[in-house]
Design a protein around this ligand. Structure first.
Ligand code: FAD
Ligand code: MLT
Ligand code: ZN
Length: 482
């Protein structure tokens, strides 16, 4: 990848403009490039895999400031990368060369909340957990939850169309987001912050920003419908002898727990061994199993839900679908069980790095990808217990309820030979099953070269047409998937 010389190089004059437009405190510059200084956190990603060379970070405080910033960048051909909480897992929020990082972190106000409809309007930079805590006080819940909630921002969530742990129950952001305020590269403020549930008045343009990964504009505000916070939440954790049995457990959960089922997550034995090795926490079950499932129910009547869950548990145990299980007795225990699932991504990175594949595959074959990848790395002699092997483990976990697998390869070091063994192997495998090479993390830089495995030529051409229309100078998040 080469720097696109159509983009201008940053000068002191540019920096002065931004300082005047939005204030000195909202501009962090390091034009000399002498060390990365304060800019380092903006130039590296959560996995420590991507590294940018931005010399400038700008933090507009409002849509109007964002408009002034982007208009100037567009006129002066300065490339930009939108950045929220920088928790993305495909390298989308990191500059590739010297693009300017435009951060939403100063835009962190809750704008309004309607307690009757449950509609929340926020600035894009509100941290997901802060929004959920605000909603908890109003007996509502944010319809998205994920392990990075303490850092990721709602603008980033919407821009990646994040899925998370309860999509099964609350659905995708494409349905829950009711309106968006965004700024286009030419400074236009897209004023589509509707708070209406139903609104069939022409093209639904906000959908282009949901999952757009910052390639056509920057989201500055979001309106979203939030459900009532369910008063009764139960969490159960099971050990199972095979993936086949996990599928049967899922079928039973859907039929017996039906409307109260709010999460159905899968973790393989290796993923739980890794969490155990890193955290040294006591395992929830006495014996070890090749597969585990975490089931959550959320409902309005604790007695009714407990009765349903107990019947379900008796059934799956008596039918020998699950081998052992534990039911959280209180909120603390429920949180403790969730750590065995939510803690997987962080623990996986413990030894050096991770190759991540976030994919959708029809359920019957979902786990086969993990087994085939494991076999392939063994055959290539790239995986083993000692330091001479670059790879340590092949792990599968994810949102089984949404047929979304996270195939991860934990490595001691990032290594070209591993990459060559995995790509395009994984993508070809998925294409053959008509799956998706990105279920919920997006494409960013990581999957730029592989979009053709999930989208046809025609679809890619139509996407490029839209990109050109909104961003004719190509300044928005260049070098990424489009
Ligand atoms: P960033 O990482 O800052 O940005 C992500 C992308 O969006 C970039 O391309 C960036 O340019 C663009 N962007 C950011 N803000 C804006 C904006 N305001 N306007 C336009 N473009 C913007 N993802 C899931 O889907 N499900 C999960 O369960 C999940 N769990 C995770 C757990 C952990 C521990 C971690 C580290 C990540 C997880 N992720 C998950 C991935 C990540 O958290 C999500 O993609 C999240 O939504 C990113 O939000 P962010 O604010 O950090 O965005
Ligand atoms: C998760 O479900 O834990 C996230 O998507 C992060 C990951 O894939 O590791
Ligand atoms: Zn996930």
């Amino acid at each position: 990848l080469k720097r696109d010389e159509r983009f201008a190089r940053l000068t002191d004059d540019h920096v002065s403009f931004f300082q005047k437009a939005i204030g000195d405190a909202a501009v962090i510059a390091n034009l000399s490039g002498s060390g990365e200084g304060d800019l380092e956190v903006f130039n590296k990603d959560w996995m420590n895999k991507y590294r940018g060379h931005a010399q400038l970070v700008i933090k507009p405080g409002s849509a109007e400031e964002m408009s002034a910033v982007l208009r100037y960048c567009n006129e002066h051909h300065l490339a930009v990368v939108p950045q929220g909480g920088n928790t993305g897992l495909v390298g989308g929020s990191i500059p590739v060369f010297d693009e300017i990082v435009v951060s939403t972190s100063r835009m962190n106000k809750i704008r309004s909340f309607d307690e009757v409809s449950g509609i929340l309007v926020v600035d894009a930079g509100v941290v997901l957990e802060a929004a959920d805590q605000f909603l908890a006080e109003k007996n509502h819940i944010f319809p998205l939850d994920l392990g990075a909630k303490g850092s990721c921002q709602i603008g980033g969530n919407v821009s990646t169309n994040a899925g998370g742990l309860r999509l099964l129950r609350y659905g995708s952001l494409h349905g829950n987001v009711l309106g968006i305020e965004a700024v286009l590269p030419d400074g236009t403020i897209v004023d589509d912050l509707s708070t209406l549930r139903k609104n069939n008045t022409g093209y639904d343009l906000k959908q282009l920003f949901i999952g757009g990964e910052g390639t056509i504009g920057i989201i500055t505000g979001v309106s979203i419908i939030c459900p009532r916070r369910p008063p009764a939440v139960n969490v159960a954790f099971f050990g199972l002898e095979s993936y086949e049995l996990a599928q049967r457990a899922f079928r039973e959960a859907k039929s017996q727990l039906s409307e109260i089922l709010s999460a159905f997550e899968l973790m393989d034995g290796t993923s739980q061994d890794i969490v155990h090795a890193v955290t040294q926490r006591k395992r929830p079950l006495e014996s070890k199993y090749p597969f585990y499932c975490l089931i959550e129910t959320s409902g309005s009547n604790a007695e009714h839900d407990s009765a349903k869950l107990e019947t379900f548990l008796e059934h799956v145990m008596s039918q020998e679908i699950v081998s052992d299980g534990v039911l959280a007795q209180d909120e603390t225990q429920a949180k403790e069980l969730w750590k065995w699932r939510e803690g997987v991504p962080e623990c996986l990175g413990h030894w050096g790095g991770v190759y991540k594949y976030d994919v959708s595959i029809p359920l019957p074959e979902l786990y086969q990808l993990v087994e085939d990848t494991r076999a392939r790395l063994h055959e290539a002699k790239l995986i083993g217990d000692t330091d001479e092997y670059p790879a340590l483990n092949v792990v599968g976990y994810g949102h089984m309820g949404d047929a979304n697998l996270h195939l991860n390869v934990a490595v001691r070091r990032y290594d070209k030979a591993i990459e060559k063994a995995l790509e395009p192997f994984v993508y070809e495998w998925i294409q053959k099953r008509k799956g998706s090479i990105s279920a919920e993390h997006g494409l960013g830089l990581a999957k730029k070269a592989f979009i053709g495995y999930s989208k046809s030529e025609t679809m890619i051409r139509l996407m490029k047409d839209i990109k050109r229309l909104y961003d004719p100078n190509g300044i928005m998040n260049p070098y990424k998937y489009i």
